[in-house]
Write a protein that binds this ligand. Structure first.
Ligand SMILES: [Zn+2]
Length: 343
């Protein structure tokens, strides 16, 4: 087995993946047909071509418009997990969705979540991949809308919905805007993460940790600009869920990952996990993310092994499940390392 095959086949946990960014282009086309939605091009793959965050967000609005009911959500969730398992040996994912954005805004929260959960359960049976859900606040919402969303999550508890997140354009809407919603979530026993420092100053990471009580940070690249904060995050073992391709396309250099900030984050001893963010929308998958980033950064077995296990440690799993998953991962990593052809 080559190193590239090894990277694709090692067991993986993914903690940063948006369900609505994970729709296969062919499924977008089929849902558009089924639900009578006109698309601007018959070539659906062309909808997933852009080189900026604005282009991506416009495509995301379009794909969301093709989804109409809980059965559509079930299909999307199922297919997305199937792709992760098949292309990258994905074993566990904590996947986010935005209850206040389309298509969720057009359905009852409970019906939408139950649709997604149907897809998760079927994927677990068929592919052995577990999945939990993160209800994400959209930064463009008002603090009151964010609080109402969290209240809705708490009013309709489901075992699968374990935490909240925060996403959308970061610069105009800093994390402190949502302190009340995070306080509510904490009181209700929900876990907390937030997108931060993809294109906004390092202090947002400190705000997420101190004010929002976040246990993980999604992205977090610009933390590198604050040495004291890097030191603090390293000492606390804060986990950064980073996304090589999506961030390179929107903010860095999509043709050259050698200067990707993820490389410096690992070099500086931060805890990171690799994730695919919105895989088909960035023409990638979780296996491909490991291949692209490890090859560009020149990471060896030890680092790759650590990244795989970081995912297990940072997952919001009960302690016994985490222990079992870690044992399985260690055994499988050892077996795959043994099958590597020395280069
Ligand atoms: Zn994201």
């Amino acid at each position: 087995m080559t190193f590239e095959e090894y990277l694709r086949r090692i067991p993986k946990v993914e903690l940063h993946c948006h369900m609505m960014g994970s729709i296969r282009p062919e499924t977008v086309a089929e849902l558009a047909r089924k639900n009578g939605v006109a698309l601007p091009s018959a070539d659906v793959a062309s909808l997933y071509r852009y080189n900026s965050i604005d282009g991506f967000l416009a495509a995301a609005i379009l794909t969301a418009s093709t989804v109409r009911d809980p059965a559509d959500l079930s299909r999307i969730a199922y297919e997305s997990l199937a792709d992760g398992a098949r292309l990258g040996n994905l074993r566990h994912r904590e996947m986010s969705f935005n209850p206040t954005l389309p298509p969720f805004a057009g359905m009852s929260y409970a019906a939408a979540v139950d649709g997604i959960v149907d897809g998760l359960r079927a994927a677990e049976v068929d592919f052995g991949v577990s999945c939990r859900l993160i209800a994400a606040i959209h930064r463009g919402d008002t603090p009151a809308v964010a609080c109402a969303m969290v209240e809705q999550v708490l009013a309709h508890p489901r075992d699968e919905v374990i935490g909240i997140g925060l996403d959308g354009a970061e610069a105009p809407d800093p994390p402190e805007k949502f302190a009340d919603a995070y306080r509510l979530a904490a009181r209700g026993g929900l876990r907390r993460t937030a997108h931060a420092c993809e294109d906004a100053p390092a202090r947002n990471v400190a705000t997420c940790l101190d004010l929002l009580g976040c246990e993980r940070i999604d992205h977090g690249y610009l933390v590198l600009g604050d040495e004291a904060l890097v030191e603090r995050c390293r000492e606390q073992g804060v986990c950064f869920t980073v996304c090589p391709t999506a961030s390179a396309v929107c903010y860095f250099d999509a043709d050259d990952f050698t200067a990707h900030p993820i490389r410096a984050m690992v070099d500086r001893g931060l805890t990171v996990t690799l994730n695919s963010d919105d895989p088909p929308m960035f023409h990638t998958d979780i296996g491909e993310e490991y291949v692209r980033m490890a090859q560009a950064a020149g990471w060896g077995l030890e680092t790759v092994r650590e990244l795989s296990l970081n995912g297990v440690e940072a997952a919001w799993l009960p302690a016994d499940e985490r222990r079992r998953m870690r044992e399985q991962f260690e055994l499988e990593l050892e077996r795959l390392e043994g099958a590597l052809v020395p280069s």
